[in-house]
Design a protein around this ligand. Structure first.
Ligand code: HEM
Length: 126
């Protein structure tokens, strides 16, 4: 298996990842009912590609405030520790099933770290 090297590779990861999220009813409601990203899925996937491409490939162009975006989601419907665990499981599986190597490991580590940061911000926000 190859490492993640291009924006097409990142698209493959986020596309497979979102298929898993939508197929899991423990978390899918967030993406269909709370924030219906299923209605603008291509746009959303492109935003995720922009974010991960900047983080992993150093391409630039992502300027949004990720923490605030997730605080806003949380204020509509609680983002529990369990939801973060489910999110991370599917994210890791989407990478492990398709790629192998340094950049894949970096993406998984970064997702873990951001998940922790988001949960701390959510706890502080109460
Ligand atoms: C409980 C776990 C999570 C849930 C339920 C969740 C849910 C969501 C939702 C509903 C959106 C769309 C927000 C909107 O368009 O208004 C979003 C955007 C996003 N999420 Fe998450 N998220 C979770 C964790 C994470 C983590 C750990 C990361 C770490 C990389 C992440 C990365 C992103 C990115 C990059 C966007 C795009 C933000 C933008 O539009 O600029 N999410 N998330």
């Amino acid at each position: 298996m190859q490492d993640i090297q291009t924006q097409e590779d990142i698209y493959k990861v986020v596309d497979e990842f979102y298929k898993k999220l939508f197929a899991d009813e423990r978390i899918s409601y967030i993406f269909t009912d709370v924030i219906p990203v299923d209605q603008k899925l291509e746009e959303h996937l492109q935003m995720l590609v922009k974010f991960w491409s900047q983080a992993i490939l150093g391409t630039g162009g992502y300027f949004n405030n990720m923490t605030q975006i997730h605080l806003d989601v949380h204020n509509k419907s609680a983002l529990s520790k369990e939801l973060f665990t489910i999110w991370l499981e599917h994210f890791e599986a989407a990478i492990n099933e398709n790629f192998e190597g340094f950049n894949g490991e970096r993406m998984k580590n970064m997702a873990h770290n951001l998940s922790t940061i988001m949960q701390i911000k959510i706890a502080q926000n109460k």
